[in-house]
Write a protein that binds this ligand. Structure first.
Ligand code: FES
Length: 342
C-alpha cells in the first residue's frame, strides 16, 4: 500500500494507506473519511484537489470536470488519482466538509412539487426524524444532497436552495432533462406524499470567510440554488459584506426564484440582484447578454476585486471565471461549482 498524506485548508492532516488499483477517494473512504465527491467517475469535478508531492497515475476524466490547464497546475480528481508511491495532497476545503461517519442517509417525504419556469421544478422534501440526526437538517450553504431515483440504484445530486433548519425541510430547484432518470421520475411519478431517500448533506462548495470583502454571486439556470442558499444564509445572519447576485438564463421563460431573491433583498442591506437574459424578447426591460459579459462590464467600472461565487453549466462557469481573471481578480477568489448532467 502507498501512504497518502492530506492537509485540509484549515491545517488538519489525514494519513491513510492506498492499495494498488484503489483511488485516493476510495482509500480515504475505506479509512473512514468520506471526502466531497459526487459522480465518482471523473465527470463532475467535485472531488478536485492539488497534489503537492509524489508520483501518481490519473485515469481518464472529462475536460469539463478538470480543464487541462488546471491539470498542468497540479490539480487532480481524487476519484481518478492512483498513487504510485507516497503522495501528498492539499484539499481545497476545511475539515468540517469531510464526513468521518460516512455519508448520512435519510428518509424523506415530498411535501411540494411545482413547475416554476420552463423545464424547471421546485421540489420540497420533509426529512423523517432520525435517531442520530434528530428531526433537523444542518448543512452549509452550497452543499448538495444525492437523491435516490426510486426503483433503481441510481442517485442524482442536487444543491440545496434553503438553509440548514431544525424542521428537516429541504428545497431544490431542478432542471428537467429529456430522458433523465430523476427528471422522468419527477414528471411521471413524483407526487406530494411519495417517499424518497436522500444522502447527505455533502460537498465542498460554500462561503469563505474573507472579512468584509464584497461577495458577488453569479448563477446560470438552476445554478441559482446554492447561491440562493448562500444569500439567504447571509440574510439570516445579517452578514455585512456587500453582496450582488447576477442570475443568467437563456430566455425569459427560464426565469424563476425572483420572489425568493426579493425576500433576501428586503432583509439584507447591501444586497442587490439582476437577471441577465441571453436572448431577450422585445418586451424585456432588464439586462441582455450573458453573466460573463455583465461581470466584465461591472469589474471594469470598479476597483473592487470581490470574491466571486459562480455556479452553473461548465461553459458559463468558465466564461465568468475567465472574465474575472482578465479583470485582475485573483484565481483563488473565483469559487466555482460546475453543474454537469450525469
Ligand atoms: Fe470525482 Fe465526480 S467525484 S469527478
Amino acid at each position: 500500500a502507498r501512504p497518502v498524506s492530506m492537509v485540509t485548508a484549515d491545517g488538519e492532516r489525514l494519513e491513510f494507506p492506498c492499495a494498488p488499483g484503489q483511488s485516493v477517494l476510495e482509500a480515504a473512504a475505506a479509512a473512514g473519511a468520506a471526502l466531497p465527491a459526487s459522480c465518482r467517475q471523473g465527470t463532475c469535478g467535485s472531488c478536485h484537489a492539488s497534489v503537492t508531492g509524489g508520483a501518481f497515475d490519473h485515469g481518464p476524466c472529462s475536460p469539463m470536470a478538470l480543464p487541462p490547464e488546471r491539470r498542468e497546475q497540479g490539480e487532480v480528481l481524487l476519484c481518478r488519482t492512483y498513487p504510485q508511491g507516497p503522495l501528498s495532497v492539499a484539499l481545497p476545503y476545511e475539515s468540517s466538509r469531510i464526513l468521518y461517519g460516512g455519508i448520512p442517509r435519510r428518509e424523506a417525504v415530498i411535501t411540494a412539487l411545482e413547475t416554476v419556469a420552463r423545464e424547471t421544478v421546485r421540489l420540497e422534501l420533509q426529512l423523517e426524524p432520525d435517531e442520530e440526526a434528530g428531526s433537523g437538517c444542518q448543512f452549509e450553504p452550497g452543499q448538495f444532497m444525492e437523491l435516490e431515483v426510486p426503483g433503481t440504484d441510481a442517485k442524482r445530486a442536487y444543491s440545496l436552495a434553503n438553509t440548514g433548519n431544525w424542521e428537516g425541510r429541504l428545497e431544490f430547484f431542478i432542471r428537467l432533462r429529456p430522458g433523465g432518470l430523476f427528471s422522468t421520475y419527477l414528471q411521471e411519478r413524483a407526487r406530494p406524499g411519495e417517499r424518497l431517500t436522500a444522502h447527505g448533506p455533502q460537498g465542498a462548495f460554500g462561503l469563505r470567510e474573507t472579512g468584509l470583502r464584497p461577495r458577488w454571486f453569479v448563477a446560470g439556470g438552476t445554478g441559482l440554488a446554492p447561491l440562493l442558499s448562500m444569500v439567504r444564509h447571509m440574510a439570516e445572519w445579517q452578514e455585512p459584506q456587500p453582496a450582488r447576485l447576477l442570475f443568467g438564463v437563456n430566455e425569459e421563460a427560464d426565469v424563476f426564484g425572483l420572489a425568493e431573491l426579493d425576500a433576501v433583498a428586503a432583509e439584507l442591506p447591501g444586497f442587490r440582484y439582476e437577471v441577465c437574459v441571453w436572448r431577450p424578447g422585445p418586451s424585456w426591460q432588464g439586462q441582455a447578454g450573458t453573466p460573463a459579459d455583465r461581470v466584465a462590464e461591472l469589474l471594469a467600472a470598479t476597483a473592487e476585486k470581490p470574491d466571486i461565487y459562480v455556479c452553473g453549466p461548465p461553459p458559463m462557469v468558465d466564461a465568468v471565471a475567465q472574465a474575472a481573471l482578465t479583470a485582475g481578480v485573483p484565481e483563488e477568489r473565483v469559487i466555482r461549482e460546475r453543474y454537469l448532467p450525469t
